[in-house]
Design a protein around this ligand. Sequence first.
Ligand SMILES: [Zn+2]
Length: 421
Amino acid sequence: METRQFGHRARLALSPALALKADDQAHAARTVWNLLHAWWQMMPKEKRTLADADAAIRQARRDVDFLAVLPAQAAQAVLKTYFQAWKNCWDGRADAPNFKARFRSTLTVDVPQGRDLNIVRVHRRWGMASLPKIGRVRFRWTKDLPVGKQAGKENRITGARLVKDTLGWHIAFRVQTLEKAPETHQGPEVGIDVGITVPLALSDGETYKHGQWLTNREQARLLGLEQRAAQRKKHRKPGERTSRRLHHTYDQIAGLRARAKRRALDWQHKTTTDIARTYSVAVVEALQITSMVKSARGTIEEPGKNVAQKSGLNRSISGQAWGRTVTMLTYKLARQGGTLAKVPAPGTSRRCSACGLTTPGSRETQALFVCKNSDCAWSGNADHNAARNILHLYRMGLALIPAAGRAVARRAPRVKPATAR
Ligand SMILES: [Zn+2]
């Protein structure tokens, strides 16, 4: 038996009044974050301690009236998240924390204590939970949660967070369960390549494809909205506030983009689940997180490759989304008793997977690989070839990280993000 911790996100059904309350709390939480960040920048290094920060927050709650809408525990959670954000930065997982702007940050409120939630299932499709200083709310029941009689010391909800996106307020539960440890996966090994002609190419010849994330009609609508927004922005006088209409247009644009993202995410989840069920070991290229976050366009000295394919809404699963694919594969494989392995990337797309030689001109087109070594002359799909190389590297024992648990790409210690780029 082993403990499993995971998140479960459900849609909240809030009345307009309750949604406003949640908005107020989230903006108060955002303000606490901003005050904390200002405090951090002002303080000398040795005074940036948790205790001092806590005292600063308590003082702010006494001084600023509108912070009172935020429950004390949620304010404490902001403090915890802020310090964690710095840890993530120092470990090379993220950039340094920054101020949260009113319109460009995700609204969130923490409910750190699971027992405050008082979750009850009231209907086949609805559950109810108590939110501090908001009240009793309904949420969509789409997964069996350990509540009521099923809850215990090992199986329980340890906390939650409210998150607002383009579809409205959601609640993300933190769930802890005790489950039987998976038996070792008996499936075959597979190499996976992020293709240019296909989104995912596997070493056994299998490919995973997807269509466009937005239909032609939706794309046309998005273009129209973007042009409208640009037009309105152009006619704004300097210093003039963004109009309600423009905000509305921005919301519509964000809505369409979010729809595309949800579809991509759905595809990724289905694909990675399928791979995790079929294969015992998945081998991927070890890519630098920093180079993935970099824009596809690159710099003037080093222009990026395939800029057109990598940018735009209909881009395939590559670049940034690839990091998410790897993360999903890591935990899904672990749950099925399999593992994810990473191998060094260079040359996998140019080397022949049959004879192992890199002969110039072998990659005839984006899609076609024909080995120019006269003794070999293997030919096949270029992405398939790369996937076979990746698997071969793993079988040679070149795996970098026997990734179990979380996929964490680390930079060299003490290298700041800006210099690593
Ligand atoms: Zn060859």
